[in-house]
Design a protein around this ligand. Structure first.
Ligand code: SF4
Ligand code: SF4
Ligand code: SF4
Length: 119
């Protein structure tokens, strides 16, 4: 919690650490890995973690409101917007491009983005 440069590690239920993307993202700086005295991080994996972003039904575009805040926040450009005649563009996440950084979570005015583990 103390070394996380974006302060996204919080004390969760039972005192265990949890990631909270409500204010910021994970930069994958590995500071948490460096200070952890327990063998809980597997640094041989290709990806930091298996979480990817998904969009919930309360996305503003489902109500016809124009919004693309999540796209602007996504550095890997994993969020695109599908066009359909007579409708506002809706966000689509490329899960292969998504790093699970969580940068799209806090800019969403509807709290419509969640990070969930893939297989
Ligand atoms: S890797 Fe992510 S969670 Fe860990 S200290 Fe860096 S920003 Fe925080
Ligand atoms: S979690 Fe990061 S990489 Fe994935 S869609 Fe959101 S901003 Fe883009
Ligand atoms: S920022 Fe939120 S409300 Fe706006 S398009 Fe993205 S998911 Fe939908």
């Amino acid at each position: 919690m103390n070394v996380c440069e974006t302060q996204i590690i919080k004390r969760g239920e039972g005192g265990f650490p949890e990631i909270d993307f409500s204010n910021d993202e994970c930069t994958f700086c590995k500071q948490c890995v460096e200070v952890c005295p327990e063998p809980v991080f597997d640094t041989t994996l290709a990806q930091p973690w298996t979480n990817v972003a998904s969009i919930k039904d309360n996305c503003l575009t489902a109500k016809g409101v124009w919004c693309q805040s999540c796209k602007d926040a996504c550095e890997p450009r994993a969020i695109s917007f599908s066009m359909a005649v007579g409708q506002v563009p809706k966000p689509v996440i490329d899960i292969d491009a998504c790093t699970g950084c969580g940068a799209c979570v806090s800019p969403c005015p509807a709290d419509a983005i969640t990070l969930t583990p893939t297989e």
